[in-house]
Design a protein around this ligand. Structure first.
Ligand code: URP
Ligand code: ZN
Ligand code: ZN
Length: 465
């Protein structure tokens, strides 16, 4: 297979920062050093650019049936958009149909992704019920490379499971050396608050935010940590959105519970006032947890800097305004929950984090790639640049500025008719992307489509070979 030589770049990982050339042979990095030569290799000049590990987005929902419709990006469009934004691996969520085998759910998601993806992907399994007789399936999932599960305290009647189910699944996941991801929000109480709002004739999108108090997220986080502590399983709180919930994570970690938490760009950059936009526009940001009061953002940035928050996923779950978000025009309760973002993550976090001086360059790499690789059994094949690791590499221009817009062909490749960051100016842009040694994006243009593979992930604390 052919060689690629990335020359003159500044190589940045979660811990390193130096100038060097990187030689790729086939799918892997084979040499890093000064003034490397490789006759016949394709040369990529990375002068004045950063050479960083491809982004890992541990939280996406491609082709997901939800809220009476299906998320607008499938594995074809969503992974191309992710690649444009500098992400080379996603961990998406397969779903168990309630009452059916989780293994059948996995087959369904393999069929959705196989042959379509441009970047590599793994699956978490969303567990919607877990009677005792089905527990052995979890070991089979682990052996198939699905080493994490998501369970929901939210969405009663849809994805919600009770505390007994949580405990059973937590115990088994812990015994198997796998990880639990938790959507931690008290959906039962929230449904009562929603019922009160609807009875009072409150139907506009802004009531999505007003019916989901941060205390109900904090309660869910507290409960999930307590159950994980007793069940002895490593826990991962997904899409943590607010100060109150973060305080619960800090308390759990302070007493030694193995809990890692993820936040998302939307909670760091957008806020509850977005729901006040004219007419139905607020529907664009109807997602769960909801956008919060702006002051929460300072706590989240501090959590990222001080390592109480360890990863940044997008929770990419796009629904078009036309025909999809519109399902909720008469009532916020019917707006499909979710927003697009897989393409925007690296640039908006680089800009708001590194350029604005909130996090270091190394921490940026750690938060957007390395930490997710370590949490989800992808390291060191993914999440770093080292001899022997997959050549998932981004050549990133730290100076280039762009204005994100659905109408800007350089900034929007997601299959959705709006951008959650419309008009947002960023500094920091993805120039070139290698996915396992294939040049997928070059000068911001798609060069190679397809070729993404399912990655069988390792268990918690194991290295992926
Ligand atoms: O609103 C959201 N977050 N939609 C996707 C499903 C989930 O809860 O992650
Ligand atoms: Zn969720
Ligand atoms: Zn999600």
């Amino acid at each position: 297979m052919s060689q690629i030589l990335i020359k003159n770049g500044r190589v940045v990982t979660a811990v390193d920062d130096y100038y060097a050339d990187v030689l790729v042979d086939g799918e892997q990095v084979v040499q890093i050093g000064k003034d490397l030569e490789a006759p016949g290799a394709r040369v990529i000049d990375a002068k004045d650019r950063l050479v960083i590990p491809g982004g890992i987005d541990p939280h996406t929902h491609m082709d997901m049936p939800f809220g009476g419709t299906t998320s607008a990006d499938d594995f074809e469009t969503g992974t191309v958009a992710a690649a444009h934004g500098g992400t080379t691996t996603i961990v998406d969520f397969a779903i168990q149909t309630k009452g059916e085998s989780t293994l059948k759910g996995l087959d369904t998601w393999h069929a959705k992704a196989e042959g379509k993806a441009t970047i590599d992907y793994g699956f978490h399994m969303i567990v919607t019920d877990m009677p005792v007789e089905r527990l052995p399936e979890m070991t089979k999932l682990r052996d198939a490379g699905v080493t994490s599960y998501k369970l929901f305290m939210a969405y009663p009647g849809v994805l919600y499971v009770d505390d007994g189910t949580l405990y059973r699944a937590f115990r088994k996941a812990g015994d198997d050396g796998t990880r639990i991801c938790m959507h931690a929000e008290n959906g039962i109480v929230i449904d009562e608050i929603i019922r009160e709002a609807v009875a009072d004739g409150k139907f506009e999108p802004k009531y999505h935010g007003l019916t989901r108090p941060t205390r109900m997220e904090a309660e869910g986080v507290h409960r999930a940590i307590a159950i994980a502590e007793v069940a002895k399983v490593p826990l991962y709180i997904v899409h943590l959105s607010c100060h109150d919930a973060l305080e619960e994570v800090k308390r759990g970690r302070a007493r030694g519970v193995n809990v890692v938490a993820e936040t998302c760009p939307q909670y760091l950059l957008l806020d509850q006032s977005w729901y006040e936009r004219e007419g139905f526009e607020g529907a664009k940001w109807v997602m769960t947890p909801a956008l919060r009061e702006k002051w929460n953002q300072d706590s989240l940035w501090q959590g990222l800097a001080f390592r109480d928050l360890e990863t940044i996923g997008t929770d990419h779950c796009p629904f078009c305004m036309k025909d999809q978000k519109e399902l909720g025009r008469e009532s916020f309760t019917k707006i499909p929950n979710g927003a697009p973002g897989v393409e925007n993550r690296m640039s908006v976090i680089y800009d708001a984090g590194v350029v604005k001086g909130r996090i270091s360059l190394n921490r940026f790499v750690e938060l957007t790639s390395t930490a997710a690789a370590k949490a989800f059994g992808l390291f060191p094949k993914k999440g770093t640049i080292a001899v022997g690791s997959d050549a998932d590499i981004v050549v990133f221009d730290p100076n280039r500025k762009e204005t994100i817009s659905v109408d800007n062909p350089r900034t929007h490749h997601m299959n959705v008719d709006y951008s959650a960051y419309e008009g947002h100016e960023v500094q920091g842009w993805t120039d070139v992307v290698l996915s396992r040694g294939r040049v997928v994006i070059s000068n911001g243009t798609l060069e190679t489509k397809g070729g993404g593979q399912f990655i069988k992930r390792a268990g918690v604390g194991e290295l992926l070979r």
